[in-house]
Design a protein around this ligand. Structure first.
Ligand SMILES: NC(=O)C1=CN([C@@H]2O[C@H](COP(=O)(O)OP(=O)(O)OC[C@H]3O[C@@H](n4cnc5c(N)ncnc54)[C@H](OP(=O)(O)O)[C@@H]3O)[C@@H](O)[C@H]2O)C=CC1
Ligand SMILES: O=C1O[C@H](COP(=O)(O)O)[C@@H](O)[C@H](O)[C@H]1O
Length: 646
């Protein structure tokens, strides 16, 4: 079969296609060149859909944000004196970052050697494939990443901190294109998040927001569809209607049929009209089905990137379906874009809890020295959705491992377990995360439990759900490095369970030779200290401590010290899409997986996915609204961990 860069998806039956499961048994590195295009580029979903890629058809307002914040503070003081309100400032902050990186280009030094660090404008077009990237046999080590170090940053601050201003120059325009604008995700999450950012002044006044898809709608029709999805948050009530109207007026719609190349040229022309002669930056949010991703990415790379500023693309999970398909997808993207242009979004990583995890670790002396196998007995990462959640069409083909475990859970573990990064810079953080991911032992099928929910009658409750799609996954992971040797990291991710609970539990060892052992009652196990970082049902930080019960005698219990966010902070927490979109605008990529992180995460899950495909493993059924498969309780017990109460 001859292949072009475009991609396609077809339904197929088991009998008419060979499932490519056997491919997964070969390490990606070795097998890449040995399979015919069709097999290389296609992958079956548990839904029976064949997806073919390529040839087949705030640590302080976030890590990087800190740097920008310092610059902002320096400039803000000057600008306020000169130009007035801070609002004006917000719209140009990403350009300031670009000025910073421009400066870095010329002054970076490394052990006395002058090196060239590419600036952000190098995020612009690269339409010609780079041979060295294409020929790399093991891209985990060869991904081109431009790193700006903290030393360099400090040098810049000292030398150039007074020179980033826009006196006399026009602020750059920003165009954001949502490709797949009529889709569920775009309507439900992306446009509302963009509006919330617009409301708060995080988008420049001259923003251009473009919806793009194949549906034949007029601009007015698109605006009225979006108008029905926009709401103002409780703290965004003032002038809400006016702001909404103004926002909707900044929305443009293009539908260019099935020829994305032509469509992207049209998009480019429309963007140029909005941008005028100012500097221009562009974000392309690819909210399209996975099988359309490469065609859209390729078309826009060649036809819609600006030469007058940076271009960034956001792609949605899942990022491939296993190590091999993900490798192929990444390689194709890297022939069109530089690594630093690509933002792989997983909105669950935009939660406050995730950002706070590293703040707690690195900004508190009470935790910092305890963060290792010496004091920590086990870690539990729990994401359970209750009965309100239906897997639905999107989830169907992917299942919980590809949807939630591969990115969200493994990224959470990486942030929790990484060594302190040398700075708050996105690349420094990613460098540490990838080390953790590469140190995690490959998961063995004996260390996992798979489940799928069912109605109490045993009937199917979700018509979209294939019988092999797991909606529940529990596992015990080990990180084979000096800090974490022997500490079990237990994962529990499931849908349709009794309780909505998203939390990280860090359980400490018993106090050696505890003098009060006898006063702690029967369950000595439950009396070890525990740190609980909770996102749902209510955001909170809890620390379980042993404490004397008031009264005569000496009896202890283990209550929780409780920082309940809703009591302490009277603010509405922004949606995670808002957080992450702002990160993309800022160029802060620490919460977005780099290609080498992506590959390392797939490697951990590869043996399990392979086994599931090869043996068509049927997940253990559990009752909708129940506690999940009993297998998970055995797994916890096997690794010596008491199960937290549901
Ligand atoms: N929905 C969700 O909750 C989540 C979704 N995702 C990911 O987000 C992406 C979008 O999901 P979702 O919104 O649910 O999908 P939908 O199927 O609802 O929407 C897809 C959108 O893409 C457009 N589209 C389809 N094919 C093409 C093409 N070849 N060229 C241009 N546009 C195209 C469609 O419009 P038209 O047919 O008119 O072209 C539609 O606007 C997917 O990659 C999914 O994996 C990730 C996490 C959660
Ligand atoms: O990405 C996903 O997230 C949702 C949960 O997100 P929320 O913002 O609605 O809490 C999850 O239900 C879905 O399966 C998954 O794809």
């Amino acid at each position: 079969m001859s292949m072009s860069f475009s991609s396609f998806s077809v339904s197929f039956s088991e009998s008419s296609f060979i499932r490519p499961a056997s491919l997964c048994q070969t390490p990606a590195k070795v097998s890449l060149r040995s399979f015919p295009d069709a097999v290389d580029n296609c992958h079956s979903l548990t839904s029976g859909r064949l997806v073919c890629y390529g040839g087949a058809g705030n640590f302080c307002k976030r890590f990087y944000g800190l740097r920008i914040w310092i610059l902002e503070s320096l400039n803000l003081r000057r600008r306020n004196r000169k130009y007035g309100p801070a609002n004006e400032f917000k719209s140009i902050r990403s350009q300031e970052k670009d000025h910073l990186t421009n400066h870095l280009e010329t002054i970076s030094s490394c052990e006395g050697q002058v090196i060239h660090v590419q600036n952000d404008s190098s995020e612009t077009t690269r339409t010609t494939p780079q041979p060295e990237e294409n020929s790399s046999p093991n891209y985990q080590h060869d991904v081109p990443v431009e790193v700006v170090t903290s030393m360099e940053f400090e040098a810049v601050l000292q030398t150039h901190s007074s020179s980033f201003s826009f006196e006399g120059s026009k602020a750059p325009s920003l165009c954001i294109a949502v490709i797949g604008a009529t889709g569920e995700l775009a309507r439900r999450k992306i446009f509302p998040a963009l509006f919330a950012l617009y409301y708060s002044g995080f988008l420049p006044e001259n923003i251009g927001i473009f919806g793009y898809s194949r549906k034949n709608l007029t601009e007015e029709e698109m605006r009225s569809i979006l108008a029905s999805t926009l709401t103002c948050r409780i703290d965004h009530q003032q002038n809400c209607g006016d702001k909404m109207d103004a926002f909707l007026r900044r929305i443009y719609y293009l539908n260019e049929g099935y020829d994305n190349r032509y469509g992207m040229s049209k998009l480019n022309a429309r963007m140029e009209q909005i941008e005028g002669d100012s500097e221009a930056n562009r974000i392309f949010y690819l909210s399209v089905p996975q099988e359309a991703l490469l065609d859209v990415a390729s078309s826009l790379a060649s036809n819609a990137q600006t030469q007058k500023g940076w271009n960034r693309i956001i792609i949605e999970k899942p990022f491939g379906l296993d190590a091999l398909s993900s490798y192929r997808l990444t390689q194709s993207l890297l022939t069109k874009f530089k690594e630093k242009q690509i933002y792989r979004i997983d909105h669950l990583l935009g939660r406050n809890l995730i950002e706070n995890l590293t703040v707690l670790r690195f900004a508190n002396l009470v935790f910092l020295p305890l963060w290792s196998r010496t004091y920590i007995r086990n870690v539990q990462v729990i994401l359970s959705e209750d009965m309100g959640v239906q897997a639905g069409r999107y989830f169907d083909g992917y299942g919980i491992i590809r949807d939630i475990v591969h990115s969200h859970i493994l990224q959470t573990i990486a942030l929790l377990a990484m060594e302190p990064p040398i700075s708050l810079d996105g690349e420094d953080v990613r460098n540490e995360k990838v080390k953790v991911l590469r140190s995690i032992r490959k998961l063995e099928p004996s260390d996992i439990t798979l489940g799928q929910y069912k109605a109490s009658s045993g009937d199917k409750v979700d018509v979209c759900l294939n019988s092999l799609t797991p909606t529940y996954f529990a596992a015990a992971l080990y990180i084979d490095n000096a800090r974490w040797d022997g500490v079990p990291f237990l994962i529990k991710a499931g849908l349709g369970l009794i309780k909505h609970r998203v939390e990280i539990r860090i359980q400490f060892h018993h106090v050696p030779g505890n003098l009060y052992r006898k006063c702690l009652g029967h369950n000595f196990d439950l009396a070890s200290n525990e740190l609980i970082l909770r996102d749902a049902p209510e955001e909170a930080i809890l620390v379980r401590v042993n404490n004397k019960i008031p009264g005569l005698g000496l009896q202890l219990d283990s209550p929780e010290l409780n920082l309940l966010y809703k009591d302490k902070y009277k603010v509405e927490v922004p949606d995670s899409y808002e957080h992450l979109l702002l990160d993309v605008i800022d160029g802060d990529n620490h919460l977005f997986m780099r290609s080498d992180e992506l590959a390392a995460a797939w490697n951990i899950l590869a043996p399990v996915l392979r086994e599931m495909d090869k043996k068509n493993i049927v997940p253990e059924l559990y009752e909708l609204g129940g506690r999940g498969p009993v297998g998970a309780y055995y797994l916890w017990a096997k690794h010596g961990v008491p199960w937290p109460e549901d």
